[in-house]
Design a protein around this ligand. Structure first.
Ligand code: BDP
Length: 718
């Protein structure tokens, strides 16, 4: 993975600075850098021999990864063998792949198809570390876990770990178009080089698979939910099959976004009506064709009757009719349908917050067994903070999967440092209370609340062809955190931040502590400078870059900002209480009661659920207007603090990455200030209130901010 050029640069920099910390790194290696262990640890972690079978592609991938990792971490790769005959061997396999594992008679029952154990044991009388599982892929995950222990400087002398994923389908959603444009992508073009596939299999595809497998991500939807039917034509299926071949050894299945009207566009039919026999035949034949090319194809993801996409309602049919059509076609092959609940229609005048629930709850129980409904974390759209989506817990007879956004459409694209772990954790731990306290969103997802067996989670990828994959070094942490939480939604985002930091920047506590501190404060900073206290959907029109709280007019009210903040001289906020749109009643009664009451709703969500006067007293003692201004200021100040912290790490982090992060933090500070100033200028024009004492006025007049245009901002829709 590392480039020769990087090596050359290393020597150059070493000569210049004499410090190994100045080693140039471009971020391509992600959290799989396998940099030499810290002094003192190398001896303790020394693996003398690797006992592993090498018969299947997954076994060979596991071997290669372990050799690569151990070579990097301990300076020397161990010899490989089929049987351990030295003290200190790493013995890796399933009872079927390795007789040494079979002889140990380990209890692997509860590990399922993807779990693993890692134990310090005696193998044939010699001390050894064992990584065992029921399947090759379980072993692969165990191998990555073992390497992670070494990378993060954990003691490995007496190990006894067992892990199995809590969710079955852990997938990335790429919003990648076939011409390599990435919708809401801020890391360059799509990594899928469709034109050169299937002939050219870019080695990057393997590195992509390695990175995902290291987290336990086991599926990827290759194309945009705003889908082009061409991906289902024979020409593209051949390309998809080539990618599937690359990913298979790493335990990753491919899925495709299916355009509901494909039978018309590429099938020559004059309808896509889900109840039409010719349409049903077409999808069955298409599924057969897909599976002939890709025997382990995962299934379809569908965005239907949402934001102009075709769907079953075009024919007077329901979401269940549409999903079941595809489910029936995939069922003979074991495929699944991930049917999105991100729907809100043109004609519907009701609060957009309520529409998915209104449309889906009546169909609870009407979906086939191989359908899972994919629900965004909140009811609007991946805002910096949203309450959990009311569908979680409200469809006990239907499997629901989570959709998080990893790409930061609303949190500063790729230049702002915003660690999303705390956002994910906040939603996963939210208590729906549908079956009393403890009915968390995580338990809806893992199936334990309603006895679901089909479980899953999706993350809208932030991956592109930029050398560092995610557009910024810190955005790699969001891919990482998503993957780790997909494996176990109960984990703490702080622990994950620590793990990622160690693997990405090394184990020096003088680096780890401040970096984790920055990460943990960063999401709240974005909330503060883009609009705190439950404000939402305040960004620029279309491209969503920068502030646009004044956005009004255009094709639909719920694509404006004023629809959401409803600011008037008298007050601000969207009244979703029982006296307003009544969205609160979509939550279980104990939650609804809290959200309904402006005195009990968490202050962070006040303006999400209530329209209140500007002078409403807040917990701080300040009136609402002053509090809002205070939060805008606080957000900018936090970013300034992050810049200072990072500046203090100069010399402790390699120069190349340090410089880019420093430059991006400078952009973030400027843009946080812009958000703050533009927002204060706008809301002050409505509230008519003076700025609190000591608060700096915006740098420009409101008209200046309103006139800014960004015609070629990245990631826009087409
Ligand atoms: C919004 C994006 C839009 C997506 C849509 C979706 O702005 O580009 O197509 O969500 O999830 O966040 O379908």
């Amino acid at each position: 993975m590392r480039r020769l050029r990087a090596v050359a640069t290393v020597f150059g920099l070493l000569a210049l600075c004499g410090s190994p910390l100045a080693q140039a790194e471009d971020g391509y290696d992600l959290w799989l850098r396998y940099a030499p262990a810290e002094a003192g640890q190398a001896g303790a972690t020394r693996v003398t021999q690797l006992a592993i079978a090498q018969d299947t592609p997954t076994q060979r991938a596991t071997r290669d990864e372990l050799l690569r990792g151990l070579q990097g971490l301990q300076g020397q790769a161990p010899a490989t063998a089929r049987d351990a005959d030295r003290d200190g061997a790493l013995v890796v396999g399933t009872p079927r792949s390795l007789s040494a594992i079979a002889r140990l008679r380990l209890d692997l029952d509860d590990l399922g198809q993807e779990g693993y154990l890692i134990r310090t044991l005696r193998v044939d009388g010699r001390p050894a570390t064992v990584v065992a599982a029921n399947t090759d892929v379980g072993v692969l995950y165990g191998a990555f876990a073992y390497l992670r222990l070494l990378q993060t400087g954990q003691p490995v002398a007496e190990l006894d770990l067992r892990e199995a994923p809590k969710l079955r389908h852990r997938v990335l959603n790429h919003w990648d178009d076939l011409d390599r444009h990435v919708e809401r992508g801020y890391a360059g073009q799509s990594i899928w080089d469709w034109h050169r596939l299937p002939g050219w299999r870019d080695p990057r595809y393997t590195d992509y698979a390695r990175a995902n497998a290291s987290l336990g991500i086991n599926g990827t939807v290759l194309n945009n939910v705003n889908a082009n039917a061409d991906v289902l034509t024979p020409m593209y299926l051949e390309k998809v099959a080539a990618l599937a071949d690359v990913f298979r050894p790493w335990g990753i299945r491919v899925y495709l976004s299916a355009r509901f009207s494909a039978p018309i566009e590429i099938g020559g039919l004059d309808t896509a009506d889900p109840l039409d026999p010719a349409v049903r035949r077409w999808w069955r034949a298409k599924a057969d064709e897909v599976y002939a090319a890709i025997p382990d194809f995962g299934g379809f993801l569908v965005k239907a009757n949402s934001e102009g996409q075709p769907g079953p309602q075009d024919y007077g049919r329901s979401h269940a009719d549409g999903a079941n059509l595809l489910a029936d076609a995939l069922a003979p092959h074991g495929g699944i349908v991930m049917w999105r609940a991100f729907v809100y229609s043109h004609e519907e005048p009701d609060d957009r917050h309520k529409q998915a629930y209104t449309e889906f709850v009546p169909h609870d129980g009407a979906f086939r067994d191989n359908v899972i409904v994919q629900v965004k974390n909140g009811a609007i759209d991946f805002q910096p903070r949203e309450p959990f989506h009311p569908l979680f817990g409200a469809m006990p007879k239907t499997p629901l999967m989570m959709e998080f956004q990893i790409t930061k459409e609303y949190l500063g694209f790729s230049t702002h440092l915003a660690y999303l772990g705390p956002l994910y954790e906040e939603v996963l731990r939210a208590d729906t209370q549908v079956q009393g306290p403890g009915s968390t969103v995580a338990r809806v997802l893992d199936g334990s609340l309603h006895g679901q067996r089909l479980t899953g989670i999706a993350g809208v990828a932030n991956i592109g062809s930029d050398r560092n994959w995610s557009g910024s070094h810190f955005d790699q942490a969001n891919w990482y955190a998503y993957g780790r939480l997909a494996w176990n939604p109960e984990r703490s985002s702080r622990d994950i931040a620590g793990e990622w930091t160690r693997m990405t920047f090394g184990n020096d506590p003088a680096v780890v502590e401040p970096v984790v501190g920055m990460m943990m404060a960063s999401r709240e900073a974005v909330v503060d400078y883009t609009g705190a206290l439950g404000l939402h959907h305040l960004m620029g029109r279309g491209h969503h870059y920068g502030p646009g709280p004044w956005v009004d007019g255009g094709p639909r009210a719920d694509w404006t900002s004023i629809y959401y903040h409803r600011a008037t001289p008298g007050g601000i906020g969207f009244d979703r209480s029982r006296r307003g749109s009544d969205a609160v009643s979509q939550y279980a009664p104990p939650v609804a009661d809290v959200f309904d009451d402006p005195d009990r709703v968490p202050e962070e969500l006040l303006l999400w659920f209530h329209h209140v006067p500007w002078d409403r007293p807040m917990a701080s003692g300040r009136p609402l207007w002053d509090e809002l201004v205070h939060r805008y200021d606080r957000g900018v100040a936090t970013v300034r603090g992050m810049r200072d912290t990072w500046a203090g790490l100069d010399g402790r982090v390699d120069a190349e990455r340090h410089a880019q992060v420093a430059a991006f933090l400078a952009i973030q500070e400027q843009e946080a200030q812009w958000w703050r100033d533009a927002s204060i200028a706008y809301f002050q024009s409505i509230s008519g209130r003076p700025l609190p004492a000591g608060i700096a006025p915006p740098a420009h007049l409101l008209a200046y901010y309103q006139a800014l245009e960004f015609p070629h901002a990245p990631g826009d829709t087409r």
